[in-house]
Design a protein. Sequence first.
Length: 266
Amino acid sequence: MLVLLPPSEGKAAAGRGAPLKPESLSLPGLAGARAAVLDALVELCEADEEKARLVLGLSEGLRGEVAKNLELRTAGARPAGELYTGVLYDALDLASLDTAARRRAGKSLLVFSGLWGAVRVGNRIPPYRCAMGVKLPGLGALGAFWREPMAEVMPEAAGDGLVLDLRSSAYTAAWKPKGAVAERTASVRVLHSQLVDGVEKRSVVSHFNKATKGRMVRDLLRAGARPKGPAELVTALRDLGYMVEAEAPARSGRTWELDVVVTEIH
């Protein structure tokens, strides 16, 4: 099983260890594209702080984030699973998993990134600010920039097993499964169900969508679940207590879309 995750805007401080070693990152086929984005990002931040702030979509209060990008080659790196600190990662809580579950996480979790393309949770990277929606001078929109290199490496990374796609829309732009890989891919939507005047109403949640996805991945890792395809994933999630609604795609070459329905949001 390969689980595709979005990154988080929130990140831990730089680590105390060695700085970034690009050659140590997983998916070495992305090395050239990573170098191009890194060079363009650092050049932007060195040349004009105000322009960099606007390009990166940062508020005045986040101006200091530009300076972090200037230290990408020298700042202490830490595992990506520790670096990202958003809602999904808080719920996933990799650090508290037992040894076997952490080992499974290292093999199955892949985090998409505007700067790195995609990294394993064990890959050591420094803090940065560069979302997939950014348009870098010389490279353009990063979602479009990453499509070609990701198309080269992702089918091999996906192998012949299940792909559980939990990315947000900005990050799905960088790679969309096709053909046989798409047929083994399941995306998840979290819906909040509540009774209003005796009638069930469902709504898409945002903050709690991330938390639910984090807990779901955590539960799959702890259980040692190894679903081979979307249908088996539905069974595994139901066995773990999740209310899941799913229908097989009507046409070949399409991904499965699963609805996870929750009655409480926390």
